[in-house]
Design a protein. Sequence first.
Length: 237
Amino acid sequence: MSVVCAALVPAAPVLVPGLSGRVQPAAEAQDGARSVLRQLIDSSPDKVVVVAEGDHDGSFDQSAGLALYRLGGLPRPQDGETAAGDLLPLPLAIGAALLEDAGWAGATSYRLLSTAISSSEAAAYGAQLDDGDSRVGLLLLGNGSAKSSAKAPGSFDPNSEQFNAALLAMIEQGDRIAMSGLSADAAREQMSDVRLPLQVLAGVGSLGAAAGVIGYANEFRGVYYVCAAFNLDGSLA
């Protein structure tokens, strides 16, 4: 496999149609997410791999069902359709729903990475994805600080501004060294789940110095959202 494009979006339920009501409270963020996902799809991957952080390691294929009914707004799977153990963890389910909304109907696989793993282990997984002949699209799920305003779920932290600024800079510059150096402690302090997804990207050899094309970068209800696309093979404008 060879990674040809990557996209970063937050694993935010508010971005998923059907979960945020008739009036979309995060319309600009939704548009930004669709924009970078369209770039991912337009790179013509043979397969999309969706990566997110979680409390354990796990691999899933596209036969796994979505667990979004737990958030309301979508129907629960019927008995016998999908076993509870076959449901995608929530961040991966959000990624699957966003891909579907953007028009992706191709092959998809999913990987949940335990927050206990190191940056080198995450980079090694990225290197594995980049070793082959198939064209791979990489969807990374993660947000910046969840302490970015008084409305934040983790309450406001004055250090959030510095954390978010550094995050945006490394994305815009495609700075793999900075991505690899993201501190697990700092990410945990800021309630951010972006560390491991970006460290997977740092391990993708074809990334080089590819800059992130920002589709959206702003605070929404105290959480800093970044939507970005990384063109890895030069095929996108």
